[in-house]
Design a protein. Structure first.
Length: 100
């Protein structure tokens, strides 16, 4: 039989677990929001090998890049060439502005 002492202990431990979960979720959402505002990452997908080769030959300097009728003003970039198979995903394009 569960005594009043055990009930109190179970209630306190349950509340502690709920508070810990709430704190973890708040921390996760705060980090997600900080990272999205901090880095402003834009994602562009290439549709063919020609696009990939054109992107690989681009220097990472301020310039304008046009993919699939979208124009990206690129401030700096890092190419991720380890994903396979095609179509490739070009990640981490830090854009000043994206115009459609």
């Amino acid at each position: 039989m569960i005594t009043n002492k055990k009930r109190g202990f179970i209630l306190i431990e349950s509340l502690n677990a709920l508070l810990l979960c709430a704190f973890a979720l708040l921390l996760l959402f705060a980090l997600m929001r900080f990272s999205s505002h901090r880095f402003s990452l834009q994602y562009a997908q290439t549709s063919s090998l020609a696009d990939i080769l054109a992107l690989d030959s681009l220097p990472c300097t301020p310039q304008t890049l046009k993919i699939d009728n979208k124009t990206y003003d690129i401030n700096s970039c890092t190419f991720n060439n380890t994903t396979a198979p095609l179509p490739y995903t070009l990640k981490y394009i830090k854009a000043q502005a994206v115009r459609k």
